[in-house]
Design a protein around this ligand. Structure first.
Ligand code: 0A1
Ligand code: ZN
Length: 880
């Protein structure tokens, strides 16, 4: 057996779940923070778990290899090395009584922790990230979510460098020591698993506010950041208060501590983290200011603040039994935050954005080598499972329950779930059971959504029987084999349907309703509508009622008709997408066969109509007039021809722009406003339409429109307009102007790290052929920091995941570049390395030659040695 075979990481299976041998009554932690180390003393009171079958079971503690164990004692008696076994990530202590206190002192080096898991330093401050398995990098512990304990934490550090010392719960005591150090003691009254533990120590300032809950509890709200960012916290605070109120009104959930804190950190692997009472946020998800943040950035802050806050109930009060249940908290919480964002803004636009993400990225995940169910059956490294499937598809699964049960029953179900399981660590089955109990429904077939991977396909045809005034929808469902699962049983698919008459009005269906939810549960099934006096046009899967690929043989005329008349806003947009997809797919074939490209005027006329329809919401117009993305067209393609898709996309956009330029110019001018910036839905809609119009105009490469963009770039008083103009000019063929705006933008914003990230991303996504050389040069730029995930994402990820044309250059240079990055990052930050791999893992979707180039780079990474579990898992699945 080769060395690498011996070291192959273990696969962990859901079916092997066992309850913990010991429960924890109390966890006391003391952190001594210094510049070259941190000493952690933990004192933990254990009791044998009465539910554990084996009364002799040793205590199994998780502890990362980087932990230096300095002392271990039981009830005051120091253990020697023969009293325990430390193998790999586990420490096993046999022969224990039923009750005892274990004291453990570990030495760690946060200043050298580049993985950003456990306790690490971000820009001079200490912070933690313990989900999923980061706590084991701090001390030896049963680092699993079903072990919940009361935590008490003392943090000691130099007072001048680290005036602010935070942890979970309430501050109960504090004091100074003689040597310039100080300490603070925190107590969390709610039992929690170790993954929700947090600590922050730094030179931070905060903004303060308060919130009074429905039952009259006064909660102090604090958002911390570095002094320079203090002026960018107001929007997050407003969003937090709105979230607190919304959760009371919509879910009946109140906040439960006297204080709620958010801390902004610059080095963070993900978006944010819901640690009890002390959320830690990536600066990119909490800082917002009109001058430095685009509209989408404001909306992201609002959504992520809400998401983390909502976790206080869906995640913290009721948590996961094991990590296979991750979607229990994530799918439900994404559903909650999407409902919140819909309520705060435009529900239809929010739905369109969510579905666009799901259909491009999650469907692609389901079709790739990392395909897994919403409740996976196995994993090697849990960090690899913070995926679009767990989050976004998990959200869709909860949404389907909401659709099937109706809002009122769903609320009863969530009340029962929170009530029944408060303080427990539970499973997705428990969640569905609460929904089944309140509705009296048997949801066993529904649960296949949790256990089966893959995107179901639903083919629908319609049949009209004029004589009997009857319309029948015939549905067939199937689900393709996925990398992890060959065969699937039929799902319970809720298909929301409306029928339009010849005028485009909804025909009343059962009970006079205009939308009916059909439940498709068999491979083949027909649904009959009676008293239908004319042949209708069906509007199917309204509001995207299930995460499936639905096909109906619509004619182009029918799609235009739906675009104009469907009462379901989502389906109006989707009809436009289907129309464009149909036309563009044909053009891709024309391009491949060397035929001259000609655009079907149906698309131009449909767009003209929309532009002329003053009754429409502007955000909707902007969405409807946005062509299907190259990523979506790629997902739909059997074999991805990057060049053909790119050229066709350009061609279609240019043809539309040329035909409708005067209209776009009118729209642009009508929506240019001198009003002060505001991130409210109406203003966001106006800017989105205006900047969409500008993007069409710029496609024509006419100097007069360049002048318009330059003027917008110079005069903009907000980042949305400034960045829109910057991107269009930088990506255009006007090279002198492109260089000029990029230089002036950097000059102006170099001290704003998040703006610099946008500047990096604009260059990384430039479709012009020199993009890779530019990206490589930018890696040497003073603005770049190869250890900061936000910088890596802005430059490397954007190039590899969004700059399709250049990343997939047929000389393989893009693939080589990415592999080189991953080989370095694999050691430095395995989570980021593994995420970056995604574009290469899809090699089977490309032509044989391209696929071979991609695969060769995966193999080169594989041979580079010393792979982290994260990278190993993705590589081995991709090469299987
Ligand atoms: N629970 C967080 C996501 C998160 C997961 C892992 C992290 O570090 C590896 C950080 C954050 C959320 O859903 O927001
Ligand atoms: Zn979450």
């Amino acid at each position: 057996m080769s060395q690498s075979m011996i070291e192959q990481p273990n696969v962990i299976y859901l079916k092997d779940y066992e309850v913990p041998a010991f429960l924890v009554e109390q966890t006391e932690l003391r952190f001594e923070l210094e510049e070259d180390q941190a000493l952690v003393r933990s004192q933990v009171r254990y009791a044998r778990n009465p539910e554990s079958s084996n009364r002799q079971h040793p205590l199994l503690l998780d502890g990362h290899e980087s932990l230096e164990l300095q002392r271990l004692s039981i009830d005051g008696e120091v253990l020697s090395e023969k009293d325990y076994r430390r193998v790999g990530e586990q420490l096993s202590i046999p022969n224990l009584p039923d009750h005892f206190t274990l004291e453990c002192i570990t030495r760690i080096e946060p200043q050298n922790n580049t993985a950003l898991e456990g306790l690490y330093k971000s820009d001079g401050m200490f912070c933690t990230q313990c989900e999923a398995e980061g706590f084991r990098r701090i001390t030896f512990y049963q680092d699993r979510p079903d072990v919940m304990a009361l935590f008490e934490t003392i943090v000691v550090a130099d007072k001048q460098r680290y005036p602010v010392l935070l942890s979970n719960g309430n501050m109960v005591d504090a004091g100074d020591e003689d040597d310039g150090r100080h300490w603070v003691k925190w107590q969390d009254p709610f039992p929690k698993p170790a993954y929700l533990f947090a600590l922050v120590a730094g030179d931070l300032e905060c903004i303060d506010d308060r919130f009074t809950t429905a039952s009259g509890r006064h909660v102090s709200l604090k958002i911390f950041a570095e002094t320079k960012d203090l002026d960018k916290l107001d929007y997050a605070m407003t969003s937090l208060k709105q979230s607190m109120k919304w959760d009371e009104e919509v879910y009946g959930r109140e906040y439960d501590l006297d204080i709620f804190m958010i801390v902004a950190v610059d080095f963070f692997n993900m978006g944010a983290m819901e640690n009890k009472g002390l959320n830690i946020f990536n600066t990119s998800c909490v800082l917002a200011h009109p001058e430095t943040t685009v509209d989408a950035g404001f909306q992201r802050v609002e959504a992520v603040v809400a998401h983390e806050y909502f976790h206080n109930w869906s995640g913290n009060r009721v948590t996961c039994r094991d990590w296979f249940q991750l979607s229990l908290k994530e799918g439900f919480t994404v559903f909650r935050d999407s409902q919140f964002s819909a309520d705060m803004n435009s529900p239809t636009v929010k739905r369109i954005e969510d579905v666009a993400l799901l259909r491009t990225a999650q469907f692609a995940e389901d079709a790739g080598p990392m395909a897994h169910p919403v409740r996976p059956a196995s994993f090697i490294e849990i960090s690899n499972f913070y995926t679009l499937t767990i989050y976004e598809k998990g959200c869709e699964v909860v949404r389907m329950l909401h659709t099937l049960l109706g809002a009122e029953t769903f609320r009863k179900g969530s009340d029962l779930y929170f009530d029944r399981h408060d303080g427990q660590a539970v499973t997705t089955d428990d969640f569905v059971q609460a929904m089944a109990d309140v509705s009296g429904r048997d949801l066993s077939r529904f649960k296949l959504w949790y256990s089966q991977s893959g995107t179901p396909q639903v083919s629908v045809t319609g049949e009209y029987d004029a004589e009997h005034q009857r319309y029948t929808l015939h549905m067939r469902q199937s689900c393709p084999a996925t990398a992890d699962m060959a065969t699937k049983q039929p799902f319970l698919i809720p298909v929301a349907v409306g029928l339009l008459d010849a005028q485009g009005d909804d025909i009343p269906l059962t009970g006079g309703q205009t939308t009916e939810v059909l439940e498709c549960v068999a491979a083949e099934q027909s649904f009959v509508f009676d008293n239908i006096t004319v042949e209708p046009t069906p509007s199917l899967l309204r509001d995207f009622s299930a995460p499936v690929k639905l096909r109906f043989p619509y004619s182009r005329e029918q799609l235009v008709f739906l675009m104009q008349h469907d009462s379901d806003g989502f389906n109006r947009w989707d009809a436009a997408q289907q129309l464009a997809v149909g036309i563009m797919s044909e053009l891709v074939v024309d391009y491949q066969q060397g035929r001259t490209l000609v655009l079907d005027s149906a698309l131009i006329e449909a767009y003209r109509q929309i532009l002329n329809d003053a009754s429409l919401d502007k955000a909707m117009v902007a969405k409807v007039l946005t062509l299907p993305s190259e990523a979506y067209l790629s997902e739909l393609a059997e074999v991805i021809d990057v060049d053909a898709i790119h050229q066709v996309h350009r061609f279609v956009k240019d043809a539309i722009a040329t035909a409708l330029a005067p209209l776009f110019l009118q729209v642009y001018q009508a929506n240019t406003s001198a009003e002060e910036y505001s991130p409210d839905a109406t203003s966001v809609a106006r800017r989105s339409l205006k900047n969409l119009a500008l993007s069409y105009l710029m496609t024509t490469e006419q100097p007069e429109y360049l002048a318009l963009a330059l003027q917008q770039f110079k005069q903009a008083d907000n980042m949305t307009d400034s960045q829109a103009a910057l991107t269009l000019i930088a990506h255009s063929g006007f090279e002198a102007e492109a260089a000029e705006v990029l230089a002036s933008f950097y000059q102006r914003w170099q001290s704003e790290s998040l703006v610099v990230n946008q500047w990096l991303a604009v260059q990384a996504s430039d479709p012009k052929p020199d993009a890779l050389a530019r990206v490589e040069a930018l890696q040497q730029h003073e603005a770049y920091d190869a250890s900061n995930p936000n910088k890596i994402r802005s430059l490397v990820s954007v190039f590899c995941a969004q700059n399709m044309q250049n990343f997939h250059n047929s000389d393989g240079s893009g693939y080589r570049f990415l592999a080189d990055q991953i080989i370095v990052l694999n050691k430095q930050n395995p989570q980021i390395a593994s995420r970056l791999l995604t574009p290469l893992t899809r090699w089977k979707k490309y032509s044989a030659e391209q696929g071979a180039l991609m695969k060769a780079e995966l193999q080169r990474i594989n041979n580079s040695g010393d792979l982290s579990r994260d990278v190993f898992e993705v590589l081995s699945k991709s090469l299987a």
